[in-house]
Design a protein around this ligand. Structure first.
Ligand SMILES: NC(=O)C1=CN([C@@H]2O[C@H](COP(=O)(O)OP(=O)(O)OC[C@H]3O[C@@H](n4cnc5c(N)ncnc54)[C@H](OP(=O)(O)O)[C@@H]3O)[C@@H](O)[C@H]2O)C=CC1
Ligand SMILES: O=C(O)CCC(=O)C(=O)O
Length: 428
């Protein structure tokens, strides 16, 4: 599948479209369609074989009117400054829609983490912090995990920041390991958040979740817990997940008509989301091509891999039965595909609403770090459910009031909050 060539152009196009609908002041548009600040740096790492490799890194701070910049760090071979800019901008809207007092940021390193040893990965994480530590912190910019990074890596980063700043500072990074300042429920948060919004959307559409089927793209952190939550909490059926095969360098869809078992699939998946095809086949799964997930005759599609996956080309392959698209990934749908989805009347839960569960529990993690007192998993997930449910209904209400597409409604809710904060602070 193709990845959108320029995610930032896509993010700006989405923003411009709604700014026009809102008749937003051109000066305010100019402030919001670009990041406030960005850092470009190079990170030298002493590799295990004695050579030195230099990696390219970025941190983008889009807007901090509502609070410290917040957003993950991606380690991905196809990372570009424009992808990071887009993701940072989407974080501003995400925190506003989720109604958490944070702004938008994102980081990235151009690297395939699967090609590094554990020691090299640790050096790269520490090197990232050495380059940026003076410009992040619990009160100005708080990174977290995203594609290609995990809690252990956040633990190393937090340690490096604490060493450099001379004081233990767990609140500088979220998504840390449990016992190392992490919050219970953060691992499940994004996927479960997707499921809470699906539950509310199905109520709105008057569909019974227990009679619904779903097809999921991806089998990383978000998709694994979206699949588990959809089956265990909503009693629905997931007919396939897809993944990127590192050895074959192509994607596959792993299907089972009577429903996949994500807990089993997790046992045959490596830390980067590659499923063992032979073991899946032996367990009765069918291996299909990468695109098969989007063609399935299901009620719900959950794109949860990368941006640009539902585009002008693939949108035509969506089965007429599909009633709902829940965007687990950031930016999975291009503006061309959006037009087609609108025409077909498919209900969409837009990305920065649907996948806001991760940053919401990251926010809870920061709050727990500040209190130095930790909640139980049930407390965290209950608070998450409340936040996601409120956010979903605020966007739905806007969509009904203004008679607009759910993505446009989410932008309206978010832009209104960010602009208000800018006004209150005297920036406008
Ligand atoms: N983790 C979080 O808390 C949040 C994540 N997100 C977004 O959700 C999406 C997924 O993130 P996350 O689950 O954390 O990342 P992971 O790295 O855990 O998983 C993404 C998976 O998708 C695979 N993949 C890449 N391209 C394709 C493809 N074309 N078809 C099928 N699978 C593919 C990746 O394989 P490979 O590694 O081999 O490339 C990887 O296994 C991203 O858009 C991310 O920004 C949004 C909110 C929060
Ligand atoms: O947990 C966080 O702070 C951010 C997660 C993230 O990067 C995202 O929501 O895209």
């Amino acid at each position: 599948m193709t990845v959108n060539p320029n995610a930032f152009e896509m993010a700006q196009q989405q923003f411009d479209h709604v700014a026009e609908m809102l008749n937003l002041d051109p000066q305010v548009r100019e402030m919001l369609r670009w990041p406030m600040r960005e850092y470009h740096f190079r990170i030298p790492v002493h590799m295990d074989d004695g050579t030195i490799r230099v990696f390219e890194g970025f941190r983008v701070q889009h807007n901090d009117a509502r609070g410290p910049n917040k957003g993950g760090i991606r380690f991905h071979p196809a990372e570009t400054i424009d992808t990071v800019r887009a993701l940072a901008m989407w974080m501003t809207w995400k925190c506003a829609v989720a109604d958490i007092p944070l702004g938008g940021g994102k980081g990235g390193v151009v690297i395939d983490p699967a090609t590094l040893s554990v020691t090299e990965k640790e050096k790269l994480c520490r090197g990232f912090i050495q380059r940026i530590w003076k410009d992040i912190g619990p009160r100005n910019d708080v990174p977290a995990p995203d594609v290609g990074t995990n809690p252990q890596m956040m633990g190393w980063m937090m340690d490096e920041y604490s060493k450099l700043s001379g004081q233990f500072t767990p609140g500088v990074i979220t998504g840390k390991p449990l016992g190392g300042g992490g919050s219970l429920g953060r691992t499940e948060a994004t996927g479960f958040g997707v499921v809470y919004t699906i539950r509310e959307a199905l109520k709105h559409l008057k569909m019974d979740p227990a009679r619904c089927t779903a097809a999921i793209q991806g089998f990383g952190n978000v998709s694994q817990y979206a699949a588990i939550g959809f089956i265990e909490q909503l009693k629905g059926k997931v007919v396939c997940v897809s993944y990127w095969d590192r050895d074959d360098r192509i994607g596959y869809t792993v299907s089972k008509t009577d429903g996949v078992d994500p807990n089993f699939l997790k046992t045959i998946t490596d830390q980067y989301g590659s499923i063992d095809k032979a073991k899946a086949k032996a367990a009765g799964y069918v291996i299909e091509d990468a695109n098969a997930w989007i063609t399935k005759e299901v009620d719900i599609l959950i794109p949860a891999a990368l941006e640009g996956q539902i585009n002008a080309e693939t949108v035509r392959q969506i089965n007429p039965r599909v009633k709902l698209i829940a965007e687990g990934a950031n930016g999975p749908t291009t503006p061309e595909a959006d037009e087609e989805i609108k025409k077909r009347g498919i209900f969409i839960i837009p990305d920065f609403l649907c996948n806001a569960g991760g940053v919401t529990v990251s926010y809870f993690e920061g709050v727990q770090n500040d209190m130095n007192f930790y909640w139980t998993k049930d407390e965290v997930l209950e608070k998450l459910d409340t936040k996601m449910t409120q956010a979903f209904h605020a966007v739905l209400e806007m969509s009904e009031k203004e008679n607009v597409y759910m993505r446009d409604a989410a932008y309206m809710v978010a832009i209104d909050k960010v602009v208000k904060a800018m006004q209150l602070r005297g920036w406008l």
